[in-house]
Design a protein around this ligand. Structure first.
Ligand SMILES: C[S@@+](CC[C@H](N)C(=O)[O-])C[C@H]1O[C@@H](n2cnc3c(N)ncnc32)[C@H](O)[C@@H]1O
Length: 299
């Protein structure tokens, strides 16, 4: 049983809630077109985490499509299985497995996708393994964020952390940096020029480079009142999950008094953001993430 990622790197809620915002239903056509995904296909999401994208694909495509999620973290796979069952999604299945040794036959799927996984695994082996399981004319799509192109607005009234909150968080996570290093987190960031070249070198044809700018803007008028509140609450839950993770890794990182203070500071910050929504005041504290997609077709 492997739970390294979900217990030490990113928790279930952090991934599930943030991906829910990136892969919103109103971006369905955009994603399906760019990824070349169609009804009736067998699609594998490699490093699927808690399965947010697999559930989206299951709903966006018809019942004849088969969606497979693979991740090596048991907590993510168990959560994904449960959530799919609760939502009655019976065209998905999940396997625990290594991205470099996928538990699937040669030439058995129409498309492989992955989102924010390539930077954590040796890129060449990652592509070759997906090429192995794809049928002829199948497509491998690699999605990853470009942290060098991330935009975040600076607003007058914002949800910025105060110095004390930062100080307490730093104290909680002090000495835990080694965990990322030990687990190769972000060790294999693809080079924007090198990745499409690598697709060519590893024998893919019709190599393509695409990108999507993904805004996350609470005040966007397409979000109804309840959605705005839910977005803030999701961020609050993610913050609390980060603290739980910090405590699990570094049990004595904060005194009980400091822990209470940290939780209060977070609550004050998010309560303030909620109060703006309730009063109908927009503050336009949004971010835009650049998601790059490199893909290639199997001969
Ligand atoms: C940043 S998370 C992204 C999860 C998911 N794709 C998403 O966007 O919500 C990276 C995921 O890759 C998984 N992962 C990392 N290395 C892996 C490997 N060698 N085999 C299988 N999964 C792996 C982690 O367990 C984690 O779920």
């Amino acid at each position: 049983m492997n739970t390294i990622w979900s217990e030490n790197i990113q928790g279930i809620l952090n991934l599930d809630l943030s991906r829910e915002m990136r892969f919103r239903d109103d971006r369905k056509e955009l994603f399906l077109n760019l990824l070349g995904l169609k009804e009736g296909m067998t699609i594998v999401d490699i490093g699927c985490g808690p399965g947010t994208i697999t559930r989206k694909l299951s709903k966006w495509l018809d019942q004849k499509s088969q969606i497979i999620g693979i991740d090596r973290d048991s907590n993510f796979i168990n959560y994904a299985k449960e959530k799919a069952a609760i939502q009655g999604l019976n065209n998905i299945c999940y396997y625990e497995g290594d991205a470099l040794k996928l538990p699937l036959e040669n030439n058995s799927v129409d498309s492989c996708i992955s989102h924010t996984v390539i930077e954590h695994v040796p890129n060449r082996e990652f592509l070759l393994e997906q090429k192995r399981i794809c049928r002829s004319n199948g497509r491998v799509n690699v999605m990853y964020a470009r942290p060098d192109k991330y935009i975040k607005t600076e607003t007058d009234i914002s949800l910025k952390q105060c110095e004390r909150e930062k100080e307490l968080l730093d104290k909680l996570f002090k000495g835990t940096e080694d965990i990322d290093k030990k687990n190769n987190i972000g060790k294999y960031w693809p080079d924007p020029v090198g990745l499409p070249k690598l697709f060519e070198e590893t024998g893919f044809k019709n190599v393509q480079v695409d990108a999507i700018a993904v805004p996350i803007a609470i005040d966007d008028s397409r979000n109804c009142y309840d959605e705005k509140l839910a977005m803030v609450e999701a961020e609050r839950q993610q913050m609390f999950e980060v603290i739980e993770m910090g405590l699990r890794i570094n049990n004595n990182g904060l005194t009980d008094k400091e822990l209470i203070e940290l939780r209060q500071l977070i609550d004050i910050r998010f309560d303030k953001r909620i109060s703006f929504i309730k009063e109908g005041i927009s503050i336009w504290d949004y971010s835009i993430l650049l998601m790059q997609i490199v893909s290639g077709m199997v001969e």
